[in-house]
Design a protein around this ligand. Structure first.
Ligand SMILES: NC(=O)c1ccc[n+]([C@@H]2O[C@H](COP(=O)([O-])OP(=O)(O)OC[C@H]3O[C@@H](n4cnc5c(N)ncnc54)[C@H](O)[C@@H]3O)[C@@H](O)[C@H]2O)c1
Length: 299
C-alpha cells in the first residue's frame, strides 16, 4: 500500500522552542541565532572560533534578553565534542529534547585532489560532511523526543553543481555538499517512516555576503594577511544577498515546512540551468552563459 502524500505541518512559531545552531559565530549562523532569538526561541550556539562565538552570544543576549542563550565551543568534525555539546545542552537548557538543529557550520578550501595537501582536503570535507552527519546522529534522539522538530542541513549550490567555474578546483567542498544534499533527501523518507513528526530541510545558498573566505583560512589553521582580507572583502561585498536576508529566507522555509530551500536568485537560476542542461554543466562557458549572477564568487 502506498502511504499518504508526505505533508509536514508548518512550524507556526519559534517561540519557546529550543534550537542548536552550529557555526553561530559568524555569517548565516549568527543571523539565524539573532532571528530565532528575536522570535522567542532559546538558542544553543556552537562554533570553533571562541571570539566570534562570544560576540554572537553577546549580540543575541543584548537583542533578546528574554530567551536562554548558551554558547558552546565545539568542532563539528569531532564526535567527542558533539557528545559533550549534547550533554551541555541537556544540562544548561534543562531539557530532554530540542526542536531545531541547524547544521550550518562549513568551510571552504583545498579544492584539488591532485595538488592540494590531503589533510587540508579532508579537513574541508570532514567539517562540511561529518559536521552534518555527526550532528544529525548526535541530536536525532533529542529531535524525535520533541512533539515537533526540524533538522536543517546547509548544503550549497555546490550540492547540485560541483564547480565554481572552469578556472578553479572545488572537489572537497562539492563532494561534501553533494553528500549533505543526498543525505537530507534520503532522510525525508526515513523520517516519514520512522519519526514523522521530525521534518528535514536542505538549504542551498547561492553567493551570500559572509566572511567565509577569511574564516575558512583561520579554521584551517592559516594566518590571515592583507591578500586574504582583500579577497574575503571582495567575496562579501560583491554578494547579491546578505547573511541576514539569507537567514530570513531559511527560517521562512523552515516554518513553511519546505524540504528544499534555495537561497538567492543565483541559486534558483543555477538550479534550473543544471537541470535543463546537465551534460553541459561543466563546459567552460556554462557559468558565463548564466549572465552576471556569479560575479565575485571566489570560493
Ligand atoms: N557564503 C556563501 O556564499 C555560502 C554559499 C553556499 C553555502 N554556504 C554554506 O553556508 C554555511 C554558513 O556559511 P557562511 O557563509 O555563513 O560562513 P561563515 O564563515 O560566515 O560562518 C561559518 C561559521 O562556521 C564556523 N565553523 C567553521 N568550521 C567549524 C567547525 N569545524 N566547527 C564549528 N564551527 C565551525 C566558523 O567559525 C564560522 O563562524 C556553510 O555551511 C557554508 O558552506 C555559504
Amino acid at each position: 500500500m502506498i502511504p499518504p502524500p508526505l505533508h509536514y505541518e508548518p512550524m507556526d512559531s519559534f517561540s519557546e522552542k529550543i534550537a542548536v545552531v552550529t557555526g553561530a559565530g559568524d555569517g548565516m549562523g549568527r543571523s539565524l541565532a539573532l532571528q530565532l532569538a528575536a522570535a522567542g526561541c532559546h538558542v544553543a550556539l556552537c562554533d570553533v572560533l571562541a571570539d566570534k562565538l562570544a560576540a554572537t552570544a553577546d549580540q543575541v543576549r543584548a537583542a533578546s534578553p528574554n530567551v536562554r542563550v548558551t554558547s558552546h565551543s565545539c568542532d563539528v568534525a569531532d564526535e567527542t565534542q558533539w557528545l559533550q555539546l549534547r550533554d551541555d545542552v541537556i544540562a544548561e537548557h534543562n531539557t530532554d529534547h530540542i526542536h531545531l538543529l541547524f547544521n550550518n557550520a562549513g568551510i571552504a578550501g583545498s579544492g584539488s585532489m591532485i595538488v592540494d595537501d590531503r589533510d587540508r582536503w579532508e579537513r574541508t570535507f570532514n567539517v562540511c560532511w561529518n559536521g552534518v552527519y555527526l550532528g544529525t546522529r548526535t541530536f536525532l534522539p533529542l529531535l524525535t523526543a520533541a512533539p515537533e522538530a526540524r533538522l536543517v542541513n546547509t548544503s550549497s549550490v555546490n550540492g547540485f553543481w560541483a564547480s565554481l567555474g572552469p578556472d578553479v578546483s572545488h572537489t572537497a567542498y562539492s563532494a561534501a555538499k553533494f553528500a549533505v544534499k543526498g543525505f537530507s533527501e534520503a532522510l525525508i523518507t526515513d523520517l516519514a517512516i520512522n519519526a514523522p513528526h521530525v521534518g528535514v530541510s536542505v538549504v542551498m545558498p547561492g553567493h551570500i555576503g559572509t566572511g567565509i573566505a577569511e574564516n575558512s583560512v583561520v579554521v584551517h589553521g592559516g594566518e590571515t594577511d592583507p591578500g586574504v582580507t582583500e579577497m574575503a572583502a571582495t567575496f562579501r561585498n560583491s554578494a547579491p544577498m546578505t547573511a541576514d536576508e539569507a537567514a530570513a529566507i531559511i527560517l521562512q522555509g523552515v516554518q513553511e515546512a519546505k524540504w528544499r530551500i534555495l537561497v538567492g536568485e543565483d541559486a534558483h537560476v543555477l538550479d534550473m540551468a543544471v537541470r535543463a542542461d546537465p551534460e553541459d554543466a561543466y563546459q567552460p562557458d556554462f557559468r558565463e552563459r548564466l549572465g552576471n549572477h556569479f560575479d565575485g564568487l571566489v570560493d
